[in-house]
Design a protein around this ligand. Structure first.
Ligand SMILES: [Zn+2]
Length: 298
C-alpha cells in the first residue's frame, strides 16, 4: 500500500514538473505591462507604477519589494527614469534573477535611441533626464522596435514556451503595422502644429506627429511649473497660437489651466500611459485616445 502511495506521489510530482510554469513579470511602468500582456498572455504580470503616479518618484514600498522578489524578469524603461527607486527595490528584494546585468533585468532604453540628450548641456543644475528622454513608449515606431526585444528576452528565460512567444509577437506585429499606418494618416493634419507642454512626457508623441513644442511649463526639466514661469509664457503662447497645452494625469495642472484661460488656448489633460484597470488598458487604446483628443482641437 505504501509503495503504491509513493508511486502515485511520484507521478503527481512528475505531472507538476512537466507543466510549464507561467513567467512572473515585473514591469516598472504600466506601458510595459500592457505590452507584456500581449506578448506573454500566460504570464503573471505586475506593474510597479500606474497612470496616476509619477514614475520618476515612487516609494520603495514593502509590497513592491515582495513582488520583485518573486519575479522571473523585470522590464523597465531605464535611461535613469527609475534611478530614484528601483536600485533600492533590487537591493531589498535580493532576487538574483533581476539584478543589473542579469538576463532577467531588461532596461529597454539600451535598445533604442533616446531623444533630448543634448538638453543636459544647457542646464547647470542636475538634469532630470541626463541619458535622454525615457518616455519613449509614446512613439509607436519605438514600441515596434522594442516588442521583439521583450519577446526575445522572454524566450531566453523561458525557452520551453519559445514558440508561443514567437507566435504572439508575430500576431502583435501584424496588428501594430496596420495600426501605425492608420494613426499616421489620422495624424497628418497635426504636422508642423505648435503645442505647449509640461515636462517632456509627450515629447516622443509630438515628435512622431511632427508637432513643435514651443514652450514648456516646467522652468527647467523636472522642476515643477511656477506661476512666474507661466506668466512669462503668456506673450509667447498668444503669439504662437498652439493647438493645445498638454499635461498628463499625474501632474499638477494648475499653471496649465491658468495659462489656458489667459491665452484662450485649449488645455488637454491626457493619460501619459495606459490605465491597466480602466478603459485605456492597451497601447492601442492609448494611441487611439491621444490622437483623437489632440485631433479634436483642430
Ligand atoms: Zn520625465
Amino acid at each position: 500500500m505504501q509503495r503504491i502511495a509513493s508511486k502515485f506521489f511520484a507521478i503527481c510530482l512528475l505531472a507538476v514538473a512537466s507543466t510549464a510554469q507561467a513567467l512572473t513579470i515585473f514591469t516598472c511602468e504600466p506601458e510595459w505591462a500592457a505590452l507584456s500582456r500581449e506578448l506573454a498572455p500566460e504570464a503573471k504580470i505586475f506593474s510597479a507604477t500606474h497612470v496616476y503616479q509619477d514614475p520618476h518618484y515612487i516609494e520603495a514600498r514593502p509590497s513592491l519589494i515582495a513582488k520583485l522578489a518573486k519575479a522571473d524578469i523585470a522590464i523597465c524603461s531605464g535611461a535613469a527614469l527609475e534611478a530614484g527607486w528601483l536600485p533600492a527595490l533590487q537591493k531589498r528584494a535580493g532576487n538574483r534573477m533581476v539584478r543589473d546585468g542579469a538576463e532577467g533585468m531588461l532596461y529597454l532604453s539600451e535598445f533604442i535611441e533616446t531623444i533630448e540628450k543634448h538638453e543636459a548641456e544647457f542646464f547647470s543644475t542636475e538634469h532630470v533626464h541626463p541619458e535622454g528622454n525615457p518616455h519613449f513608449h509614446l512613439d509607436p515606431d519605438r514600441v515596434a522596435e522594442l516588442a521583439p526585444v521583450i519577446s526575445k528576452r522572454l524566450q531566453a528565460i523561458d525557452p520551453e514556451s519559445s514558440l508561443d512567444y514567437q507566435k504572439a509577437l508575430e500576431q502583435w506585429q501584424t496588428k501594430w503595422k496596420l495600426l501605425t499606418i492608420k494613426w499616421k494618416m489620422k495624424a497628418a493634419p497635426l504636422k508642423g502644429k505648435p503645442v505647449v507642454i509640461q515636462h517632456t512626457s509627450f515629447s516622443y508623441l509630438t515628435h512622431w506627429l511632427g508637432m513643435n513644442a514651443v514652450a514648456d511649463l516646467e522652468p527647467e526639466p523636472g522642476v515643477p511649473p511656477t506661476m512666474a514661469h507661466a506668466q512669462s509664457l503668456v506673450v509667447k503662447t498668444r503669439e504662437k497660437q498652439p493647438v493645445a497645452i498638454l499635461t498628463n494625469w499625474y501632474q499638477n495642472d494648475r499653471a496649465a489651466q491658468w495659462l489656458a484661460e489667459k491665452t484662450e488656448v485649449k488645455h488637454l489633460n491626457l493619460p501619459a500611459t495606459v490605465d491597466l484597470k480602466g478603459e485605456i488598458s492597451t497601447l492601442q487604446h492609448l494611441f487611439d485616445h491621444l490622437l483623437s483628443e489632440i485631433q479634436a482641437t483642430q
